[in-house]
Design a protein around this ligand. Sequence first.
Ligand code: MG
Length: 158
Amino acid sequence: MFRIGIGHDTHRLAEGRPLILGGIRIESERGAEGHSDADALAHAITDAILGALCEGDLGVHFPDRDPRWKDADSLQLLARVMWLVGERGFRIVNVDTTVMLERPKLRPYITEMRAKLSEVLGVEVDCVSVKAKTGEGLDAVGEWRAVMAQAVVLLESA
Ligand code: MG
């Protein structure tokens, strides 16, 4: 049996915050605001997996009112959700993602992001796609006020 899920996430950008995407620290004057480490890419993937399982969303499992998840490493939250995938008798087939960020260019970081994510997701690196887009100077992404990420995940019975 196959299950498909979609995920989306947005974080506001601010000076003095780290910018972490796919578990990788990005050199940037502006980072992402949030209760956890604000890793929009990890959050979109986690939500896509929860969606495929019909298990609600990130906020249901890791409420931002809960001090346990303050500054949490989002890859650890993803790993917890991967435990749930195994528990339900599924495994990841592939994951496709897009990160929307005006700057800096993410291309130099993408190989490292895919490697890190593939470890947590328990798949080969060629099953994890990370694409990068800018906002072309338009909207909150284009004005360098936000980072967004989208993810689609396919699960199959293990
Ligand atoms: Mg988020």
